[in-house]
Design a protein around this ligand. Structure first.
Ligand code: 5GP
Ligand code: MN
Length: 326
């Protein structure tokens, strides 16, 4: 992994004109990692931009330079493109065109399903967050981790580890977080902004999702779904559904949680979580997506009822595979 990151560090040192691209529906790791890399590139005096298909969700607009994140249609074509936290090229969304047209590409990611779709690939499934990898990359560059970079990387690692609670949190993860605190990240402020500042519409939407949830497989699978009409009724937007699937997973006895969100008419995005042993990344693979063993997602085209049926059948199968371990 060090070698692969070193290979990308060389590219950054030698060249100029970079587009940092992160995934659609960006989360804290996607934005924190990308903005930290962007800040580092600017510190080195490089020409750079950050691009994402989707707008920065409100919760992450406090990140330093969040306002600089460009939609693909407002971005310039550069010679070099670096994808961050993207498991596959599809996750770049409409920003993939900028990636494909670049002279040389790099891919920095921590998803085990990443096949290495760039010229220079640094993929480390053991890293808790892409932010952990960016922290290592920056240590290879003539860059000072200032308060802005520390804030971005701390947010990236905090969000992908569920506030340092998931089992991807390793001693090294906490050592990196400690160094970021020392460099000026304000953990209390970041925590309050991410976990303790909930828009009214988001809380209403959670209520709707919880009211509609159902148990299957002897209480080991919990599933719920929200339609576009549900979002409209709550005056909620897409990012307001973040966190719902974790509330289902937290229910006593539940091993697999599945949250279905109507993305557009006839298109349903599935978010899945498993608690102990089930591998939801394999379920996601069957739904044209991917992710990690305990957190994965995919897409189904059809009706909500068809989506629920298909998702449930695949989740039941994943459950059977690990039945003895539960
Ligand atoms: P979430 O449920 O929070 O949207 O995503 C959970 C995990 O699954 C994330 O690590 C994300 O990268 C992965 N994931 C979600 N949707 C997709 C998808 O459509 N394709 C792939 N490859 N991974 C996804
Ligand atoms: Mn991530």
């Amino acid at each position: 992994m060090q070698d692969m990151l070193q290979h990308i560090a060389e590219l950054i040192k030698e060249k100029d004109g970079f587009t940092v691209i992160t995934h659609v529906s960006p989360d804290g790791d996607a934005l924190g990692s990308s903005l930290a890399l962007y800040a580092a590139l600017l510190q080195m005096g490089k020409h750079a931009q950050v691009v994402c298909q989707d707008e920065v969700p409100r919760a992450y607009r406090f990140l330093p330079r969040a306002e600089a994140v460009l939609l693909p249609e407002n971005a310039l074509q550069t010679e070099y493109a670096i994808s961050v936290d993207c498991a596959d090229k599809q996750r770049l969304g409409t920003a993939a065109a900028l990636f494909d047209a670049a002279k040389e590409t790099a891919n920095i990611d921590h998803h085990g399903t990443n096949i290495g779709f760039a010229v220079r690939n640094a993929v480390n499934a053991k890293a808790a967050a892409a932010g952990e990898m960016i922290a290592v990359l920056l240590s290879m560059l003539p860059v000072t981790v200032d308060k802005a970079i520390a804030t971005c990387l701390y947010t990236a690692i905090m969000t992908d580890t569920g506030n340092f609670a998931y089992n991807n949190t390793k001693p090294e993860t906490l050592r990196t977080a400690a160094a970021l605190l020392a460099a000026g990240a304000d953990n209390t402020d970041i925590h309050r902004r991410i976990y303790a500042t909930v828009p009214f519409a988001k809380q209403k939407l959670l209520g709707k999702a919880l009211a509609a949830m159902r148990l299957y497989a002897d209480g080991k699978i919990c599933m719920t779904g929200l339609t576009l009409a549900d979002f409209a009724a709550c005056h909620a937007e897409k990012p307001d559904s973040d966190g719902i699937v974790e509330r289902l997973r937290d229910i006593e006895g539940v091993e697999i949680a599945a949250f279905i969100r109507e993305q557009e008419a006839g298109v349903y995005k599935i978010s899945m979580r498993s608690k102990m042993a089930a591998d939801v990344s394999r379920v996601a693979g069957e739904l044209g997506g991917g992710g990690h063993k305990h957190a994965a997602g995919g897409t189904v085209y059809g009706t909500l009822a068809q989506t629920e049926e298909k998702t449930l059948a695949l989740c039941e199968r994943a459950l059977k595979e690990v039945w003895k371990e539960l």
